[in-house]
Each structure stands twice: as structure tokens, then as C-alpha cells.
Design a protein around this ligand. Structure first.
Ligand code: ADP
Ligand code: MG
Length: 713
């Protein structure tokens, strides 16, 4: 429920760093309003607090005002803790009293009923017209620990306790509650529960957090991305500022894709598109809540890993195997200990099983000797970027000596000092924690992680973020073919014209000629050379073979005459008007497809996969946001499951993947040049020839941008 055409740049400063806060519906009784007043007091908020309620003269030691109009000064934020009707009534007064931000906690607006929708619409209009940063409706509110401010549903006892470097943006209130329930491993710089996002969107808050000094990492829990363009721009700014953005998205995009007209459009579903956006713009995507939390915890290390591969020290062969299995299925690298270090480890620890990573440092059981020795070795090995010491214990555990576990803190501290790698403690059973250990390690910049998949995965994610390298490439200008095909305004661009568009970007297409009569067709076939293919060509017929309008394997003039008859008959029966194309028949080669899909908010995407007869492999598609970056095309070709098909096999030479990469880059360049008019492209099939022999585009379909959709990003 937002006005998609007004991505207003409303100032969020009054919302997050207010000098004065009015609480409408203030009450001394247990309530949201009471929570807010108590929290502001407990936080030591230094600005003005204005309770508003005609029923009270004062609440606690604060004078209470009968209405917003009676306030002694303009409030930066107005928090509404009253019924829907009175919220609407109060909101109408905000412009005249000079309020600059507001929080509406209650639900029952945009998401429910006619009155609620029209009330939200009016509120949104007022907010936009007067630049009022409205958080909500249907949200928990915001917390700014550094500003000692909170307009938040729950009451807080101490700003210091929750202060940290994590900026949290969540559409779901419960996620905020859960996040704030444990601040032992990381704290918050800002918390924004955005709810319905009627005015202030997640993208707007993200934008704000990029410039917020105390925020060093940003966590987003989202159901919808309501301002995609702004979101992407903010991701780029965050990357530029060196702030990782970790995203856990549930559900579907709010803005649905246009009707799917191409094969490519069909394979580029919303979820994959969003993942590719995150990848292209250096965000960290997680799919589970525990993964999100562990990334935030792992970020608290004094430094970030320079390599994704991890060294682990344990005291158990069984746990080592559990980790190896888990790591393998989650793409986490635990490379073996190099030979020299392996020997050196055995010299002190004694014999152990496995290849030394995870390194089982139990040996003779003397952890005070073995653990530092093991840590010392893995702290220096060149093939990993981080060190994890893994063991489990818990506050109140009936077994084990806590002092022994706490003694490991010094071992980790010494090891981290002697190494350039970040160090972490990991409990392989999720959730186990010794509070004192967590606190002391946190002070040393050694995060306490929980669970193998989320814990080790967090280190890997941060390392990948830290070593992100995706150089932009310079698009190659189109060859000036002198006959730029008109694309805009057509329903679809037929095969013949679409191929000329491709050819103008240096792509090889079939030799072909339009023919008006059987004689002209025969002459064309003479020039092209048999065998040929006969096809109907029309903007109105994007899918030809469905209607029997592709006749392949025409070997002789007689067969050509016969095919002409058949094709014209079929066209007549279908009542369709079309040109007729005589085309070179391309023998052999591997059929692949490449194409472009378009998302109204996120722009163009390139899809690539095996084509033609390999339709059963349709879900085996590589996807990238356009424009491609250096190396993207080669990676796409390598990452489809069917990639082995490109390799030499039993005497058959390898296929020309080099030309294929060039082709994918050329498509990217074409979209860079003409993406304002091109919505989708299908090149299906492309015939990929043996190495050194290139490829030929056999069929092409371009879909123009629909102007009325009003989107051409
Ligand atoms: P459609 O509009 O139905 O996608 P195509 O032009 O792709 O029509 O033709 C259908 C199939 O016929 C292709 O997938 C390909 O296998 C084969 N084909 C079409 N044109 C040629 C050609 N010039 N050389 C070889 N095979 C062709
Ligand atoms: Mg085709």
C-alpha cells in the first residue's frame, strides 16, 4: 500500500535522532505509551518529552498536554498510542504543529478494511506533502540507542546495554523482539520496525543507515521490497561505505513481473531475481534466521577474514567428521593442514585421525599444551583466512569444569595476537553458551558462534563479502550496421529483425533472405546453399513451430517448392499474414539458449542454459543481473549443472565456450545500449559449435518495452 510513483526523499533524522517526542494517548497505566515514557527516562533521553492526553495534568514528573495543538514546541516525533480514529484526527494536525516524524504502532490500516485503507491513504498523502517521516502503521517503532531515544512498543531498561554497531530493519515486529532478546554478542546502532511501510520503506532506512556512523553492519528482514531502485542504489552505497548488508527475505516481491512472454522470462522467477540482485550488489543473502544472527555475531571480530577457507581446532574426531560432512554440504571450505604443519601437530599432540582440519587436538588430553600448539599452527597456515576453536559447554552444566573452559579464553587471546587471522569460538551444539566466556571474548573481539552450519557459514559469508571482486567491464559499442531496427511500439520483433539487432552487436546469425514468391525462394536458396529451412516471419507469431511454421532439412529445389506450398497453406488455414524466410540450415552443434528477462523494479537479467532438446533441464539455468561484470559470462557457463556437456567426450571435441562467453557479453552490451526499448530477448536455440568454430543464432525473439508499464530500468 504505497504510492509507487513517489519515492519521496523524506528526512529520517527527526525519526532516528529526535530532539523532542510527543506521545499521544499518554497514560500512567500499563500501556504502550507508558512503555515509551519509561524507556525514554531509563535511556536518559536528553530532549523534550510531551505526553498528550486531556485526562491528565501530569504523568510522573512530566506535564501532560490536552492536545497536540497545546504543545509548547514543535515535536520532532509524534508517537500515536490511540485508536485509529484518533490517530487519523491527530495526524491531520501534524503539519500545523510542525511535526517532522511519526510512529503509528497499530495495525488495521492499509492491510484491513475500507475505512483503514482510506485512512492510510489520507495519512500517506499528508506525510508526503509535508515531508513527515512516518514509521508504520502496524510496527514496533524505532530505537536509537546512541541518541538515547526510542519510540518503541516494548519498554527498555538501558540504552547502553543494547548499544552496538548493528542496524536492524525489519518488517516483522517479532523479529525485532527476538533480536533484542539477546544482546550478549552484538548490540544495535538503530532498530527500525517498518511494518506496513506506508511512507518510510526499508530502502529508505537502509539509505539512512549507510550514512549513520555508528552503524557498521545492516541486517534486513523483509517480506516485500517496495522501492526496488532505491534499494539497489542503497546496496551499492553500503558496499562503497564498507558496510555489509545481510538480507533475509521471505515471501514474494510486491511488484509482480510483467506477463511472461519468453522462455527466459519464465525461468527468471522473483526469488532468483532477488538473489541475483543481492549477489550483484554485494549483499549477503541468508535463507535462515539463525544464519542471519550468526553473521551479525561473527562481524564483531576485530578483523574480517581475508579468505573463505577456515581452520578449525576441536578436541574430538567425531565432531571433526560431523563438521566435514556439514561443511561439504554447505560449500564451506576446510582445507587439509599442509604436510609440514601436519607433522608438527602430530609431534606434540600425538597421532590423530583425519587430515588435520578440523584438527583434533585432544591427543594425550592435555589441552593446556595441545590447544595452543594447534592454534599456533593453524593461525599461520597460508590456506585459510580464519581460526575457529570449537568446544561445548554451558552455564549451569552439571558436568565439566567451567574454569577449564574459561582458561581457553587466554589461549584464544594469545593465538589471535600472534596471527593475522580473526579468531572465533564455536559451540557445535547450537545455543550453548557460558555467559562469562561470551562477555570476555567479546571484549577481545573474539565472537562466540553457535552451530556448525550457521556459525562456519557466517565466517564464510563475511569472507566472501570481504573479498568481493566483480570488476565492471567496458561495454563494446555496437557495430554500426546502418539499419537500426525499430523496436519500440511493436508487439514483438520477428525472428528476422531480431537477428539483425543481434548481428549489429557482432553476433553471428544464420544467413537468410525473405522471399515473396517460390521463384525468389529458389534463388535465395541458391545463394545460401542447400540444405535450407523455411519459416514464416511475423511480429504476430512469436512461437512458430507450435503452428507448424518451421520446415527444416530442405535438401533440393523440389523439396523447397513443396515446403513453400505447405507453409503458405498452413498460414492460410491459420488466417495469418506472414513473410517467408529462407534460411541456412545449421547442422550439428549443441543447442543452448540465452535470453534476457526484465523485472519492473530491478531491471534486466541474463539467463543462460542448455536449449532445444534439453528442455527437461529447463530449471538448470544460470542467471545474472545486467550489465555483466568481468568474469560473469565464464562463471555462468561453468555453473549450470549440465556444464560437462561442453567438454570433449569420447573423441568429440569440446564446444566453443569462448565464443559463448563473447556472445553473453554481447547480449549484455546490447541491453546496455538499447535496454530502454528492449524488455526481453530469447535466443533459442543458439547452435554452439566445436572449439574454434564459434556459434550461430538460429532463432531470435525480441520483446519491446511496454511504455504504458511506465518502467524502463
Ligand atoms: P520457434 O519459433 O518455434 O522457436 P525455431 O526457429 O526455434 O522456432 O525453430 C524450431 C526448431 O527448429 C529449433 O529449435 C531448431 O531445433 C530447429 N531449427 C530452426 N531453424 C533452424 C536452422 N536454421 N538450422 C537448424 N535447425 C533449425
Ligand atoms: Mg525457437
Amino acid at each position: 500500500m504505497r504510492d509507487s510513483n513517489t519515492p519521496g526523499q523524506i528526512d529520517l533524522e527527526p525519526l532516528f535522532r529526535p530532539g523532542s517526542i510527543a506521545v499521544v494517548g499518554a497514560s500512567p497505566n500499563p500501556s504502550i505509551s507508558r512503555n515509551i515514557l519509561d524507556t525514554l527516562k531509563a535511556f536518559g533521553f536528553a530532549g523534550h518529552v510531551y505526553p498528550v492526553n486531556p485526562k491528565y495534568e501530569a504523568i510522573g514528573d512530566l506535564p501532560c498536554f490536552p492536545s497536540l495543538r497545546d504543545l509548547p514546541g514543535a515535536p520532532d516525533v509524534v508517537a500515536f498510542c490511540v485508536s485509529h480514529e484518533r490517530t487519523l484526527e491527530g495526524f491531520r494536525q501534524l503539519p500545523e504543529i510542525g511535526a517532522r516524524a511519526a510512529v503509528i504502532f497499530g495495525g488495521g490500516f492499509g492491510e484491513a478494511g475500507e475505512w483503514g485503507r482510506s485512512a492510510q491513504a489520507e495519512i500517506v498523502q499528508i506525510a508526503r506533502e509535508h515531508g513527515i517521516a512516518l514509521c508504520g502503521p502496524n510496527c514496533m517503532g524505532v530505537i536509537s540507542p546512541h541518541a538515547r531515544s526510542a519510540t518503541y512498543l516494548q519498554n527498555g531498561s538501558s540504552a547502553d546495554a543494547i548499544t552496538g554497531n548493528v542496524g536492524l530493519i525489519s518488517q516483522s515486529g517479532s523479529i525485532c523482539i527476538s533480536m533484542l532478546a539477546d544482546v550478549s554478542r552484538f548490540g544495535f546502532s538503530l532498530v527500525a520496525s517498518t511494518g506496513n511501510e506506508a511512507v518510510v520503506s526499508s530502502a529508505a532506512v537502509l539509505d539512512y543507515m549507510v550514512d549513520h556512523d555508528e552503524t557498521r553492519i545492516i541486517a534486513i528482514f523483509n517480506e516485500t521490497i517496495s522501492e526496488p531502485e532505491r534499494f539497489v542504489a542503497a546496496l551499492d552505497r553500503a558496499a562503497e561505505a564498507g558496510k555489509p548488508v545481510v538480507v533475509l527475505k521471505v515471501g514474494k516481491n510486491e511488484r509482480t513481473r510483467e506477463a511472461i512472454a519468453t522462455h527466459t522470462g519464465g525461468v527468471a522467477g522473483d526469488e532468483r531475481v532477488f538473489s541475483e540482485v543481492l549477489r550483484a550488489h554485494r549483499a549477503i543473502e541468508v535463507t535462515e534466521f539463525d544464519e542471519l544472527v550468526e553473521v551479525l555475531a561473527a562481524f564483531q571480530a576485530t578483523r574480517l577474514p581475508e579468505k573463505p577457507a577456515i581452520s578449525v581446532v576441536t578436541s574430538s574426531g567425531g565432531v571433526a567428521e560431523l563438521m566435514l560432512d556439514n561443511a561439504a554440504s554447505n560449500g564451506i571450505e576446510l582445507p587439509p593442514l599442509p604436510d609440514d604443519e601436519f607433522e608438527e601437530a602430530q609431534r606434540v599432540i600425538g597421532a590423530f585421525s583425519g587430515d588435520g582440519n578440523p584438527l583434533d587436538a585432544w591427543g594425550n588430553g592435555n589441552f593446556r599444551v595441545n590447544t595452543p600448539h594447534a592454534l599456533g599452527l593453524v593461525g599461520q597456515v597460508a590456506n585459510t583466512g580464519s581460526v575457529v576453536l570449537s568446544y561445548d559447554n554451558n552455564d549451569g552444566a552439571p558436568m565439566g569444569n567451567i574454569a577449564d573452559y574459561l582458561a581457553r579464553i587466554e589461549l584464544l587471546e594469545a593465538s589471535q595476537k600472534a596471527s593475522s587471522k580473526p579468531h572465533y569460538q564455536l559451540s557445535f551444539r547450537p545455543g550453548l553458551r557460558i555467559a562469562e566466556q561470551t562477555e570476555r571474548l567479546r571484549a577481545l573481539g573474539i565472537p562466540t558462534l553457535s552451530g556448525i552450519r550457521p556459525g562456519l557459514g557466517a565466517i564464510k559469508r563475511l569472507a566472501t563479502w570481504n573479498t568481493f571482486e566483480a570488476p565492471e567491464r567496458q561495454p563494446i559499442a555496437s557495430a554500426d550496421s546502418g539499419d537500426e531496427i525499430v523496436i519500440a511500439g511493436r508487439v514483438t520483433v520477428n525472428e528476422h529483425d531480431s537477428k539483425r539487432v543481434m548481428a549489429s552487436h557482432g553476433l553471428r546469425t544464420t544467413r537468410e533472405e525473405l522471399a515473396a514468391t517460390p521463384d525468389e525462394a529458389a534463388e535465395a536458396a541458391g545463394r545460401i546453399g542447400f540444405p535450407v529451412v523455411l519459416k514464416a516471419v511475423s511480429d504476430a507469431i512469436p512461437h512458430k513451430s507450435d503452428l507448424g511454421l518451421v520446415i527444416v532439412g530442405i535438401e533440393t529445389p523440389a523439396e523447397l517448392a513443396e515446403a513453400w506450398k505447405k507453409l503458405t497453406e498452413r498460414l492460410e488455414n491459420a488466417g495469418a499474414e506472414a513473410g517467408i524466410l529462407v534460411q541456412e540450415m545449421v547442422r550439428g552443434g549443441l543447442e543452448v539458449f540465452a535470453g534476457v528477462a526484465h523485472h519492473p523494479g530491478f531491471g534486466h537479467f541474463l539467463a543462460f542454459g542448455l536449449g532445444g532438446v534439453e528442455v527437461e533441464l529447463q530449471d538448470d539455468v544460470a542467471l545474472r543481473k545486467l550489465p555483466l561484470r568481468e568474469g560473469d559470462a565464464e562463471k555462468m557457463i561453468g555453473e549450470i549443472r549440465g556444464a560437462s556437456r561442453f567438454e570433449a567426450y569420447r573423441g568429440r571435441p569440446a564446444y566453443d565456450t569462448e565464443s559463448l562467453a563473447t556472445c553473453l557479453y554481447a547480449i549484455s552490451d546490447l541491453v546496455t545500449a538499447r535496454g530502454d526499448v528492449i524488455r526481453e530477448i530469447d535466443l533459442n536455440p543458439i547452435k554452439l559449435m566445436p572449439a574454434g568454430q564459434g556459434l550461430v543464432i538460429v532463432d531470435a525473439l525480441v520483446l519491446p518495452m511496454k511504455k504504458e508499464a511506465g518502467e524502463n530500468s
